[in-house]
Design a protein around this ligand. Structure first.
Ligand code: V47
Length: 366
């Protein structure tokens, strides 16, 4: 390391973290907070890039996927969400199974490997709807992996069916569920949840659903919604709770920090996160989550420009082609709604990384 860089690490109190990162040692809560508070983004980026390249080299993963949001009707109505609606509201929608089938059929000519299905916690859709939806999608595209229902939805579907989480997961798996996306984690802090989403599943319960799934052999992702009212300490505690859960089960594939989009939400007076916070959050996540293999820069929320730079700040995954995303765009995102395979590959190559198309479980496709 040059004297100049060493001087900088020393000036910002990061020398011991640098040594720990080189030795592959676990970082503490205080070190996580120090990294978030470090005003020199480049230094945090250098540290995160060491871990990124040690785990994934130059590889940058993406997937050819399709998103389906089957309904925005939700009993939780979280303050940060522009997507959820009460039953009967003007903009409320719920797709019928045959509309969902049509949406899947409309892209049969594309080499999609994953169908990502999420919605609100609908108060009146019956248990059988979820089972039937999976079965019909799987019947049309048996080759596709279905990643569906956040841990919050799984707990809700279980409640609707009057069943336990394990039995519900067994039923969903038997109907075509392959894995679980990372949404609904928000920030686990009780303080934040009481203020922003008091009706929602607690952080502890979210983690319990994820760990139950992992023990049954169902892999899942994890997210953190940042850039609203959470403190730095609450971000770090969220990451540590995920790290501890991962120590127990090893079932998380990927972590996705989600930048808060305030438009049309109950928090619309807040500003959107800046590129600096976005990159630092990705970098610190990479450094704290030493037992997660993948960190995703979700371009739908970050925009393609920040997502591309994030590939040097810890991220090794760009998600995918995504078409018809509603959750972020209803919250005012002005980012693209879909990217072609060529566009994603160009973004990755221009960042001097190697594009690798993957399936949901991170098997490399040719
Ligand atoms: O659970 C809601 C978040 C999530 C807003 O697992 C918002 O690979 C920003 O989890 N601004 C859904 N975020 C999206 C999600 C996801 C996306 C892509 C890939 C994966 C994966 C998971 O979006 C929600 C919530 O945490 N959200 N409202 C908002 N205004």
């Amino acid at each position: 390391m040059s004297d100049y860089i060493e001087g900088l690490f020393s000036r910002y109190g990061l020398l011991s973290i640098y040594e720990k990162v080189l030795e592959g040692k676990r970082l503490s809560r205080d070190e996580g907070i120090l990294l978030f508070n470090c005003p020199n983004l480049n230094l945090v980026g250098i540290l995160s890039n060491i871990v990124r390249e040690r785990i994934n080299g130059d590889k940058t993963y993406y997937i050819y996927n399709q998103h389906i949001n089957y309904s925005n009707v939700c009993k939780n109505l979280c303050k940060f969400c522009a997507f959820g609606r009460q039953e009967g509201d003007d903009n409320a929608f719920e797709m019928t199974i045959s509309q969902i089938e049509d949406e899947v059929r409309s892209r049969l000519n594309e080499p999609i490997s994953e169908i990502h299905i999420v919605g609100g916690c609908h108060p009146s859709l019956p248990y059988e709807f979820y089972i039937e939806m999976l079965k019909r999608v799987k019947a049309i595209r048996p080759d596709c992996h279905i990643q569906a229902f956040t841990c919050v939805e799984i707990a809700h579907i279980a409640e609707v069916g009057g069943k336990g989480v394990e039995e519900t997961l067994q039923d969903l798996m038997a109907s075509g569920l392959g894995s679980i996306p990372g949404g609904g984690a928000e920030v686990f802090s009780k303080r934040v949840r009481e203020r922003l989403c008091p009706e929602k599943l607690s952080g502890e319960a979210w983690l319990e659903v994820a760990k139950t799934a992992h023990r049954m052999g169902i892999a899942s992702n994890a997210t953190m919604l940042y850039g609203h009212i959470e403190t730095t300490e609450e971000r770090v505690d969220h990451l540590i709770a995920l790290r501890e859960a991962q120590d127990e089960t090893g079932g998380f594939m990927c972590f996705i920090p989600l930048s808060f989009h305030p438009k049309n939400t109950g928090l619309s007076t807040l500003s959107q996160t800046g590129g600096l916070d976005d990159l630092k959050t990705i970098a610190v996540s990479r450094l704290m989550l030493d037992n997660f293999r993948h960190i995703k820069a979700y371009w739908v929320m970050l925009g393609t420009k920040v997502a591309q730079i994030a590939l040097s700040f810890g991220a090794d995954d760009l998600d995918g082609t995504v078409l018809e995303e509603k959750i972020t765009h209803m919250a005012g995102a002005e980012t693209e709604k879909a990217l072609s395979r060529t566009e994603i590959e160009r973004l990755i190559k221009d960042a001097n990384r190697i594009p690798v198309e993957r399936d949901t479980l991170y098997n490399e496709l040719s």
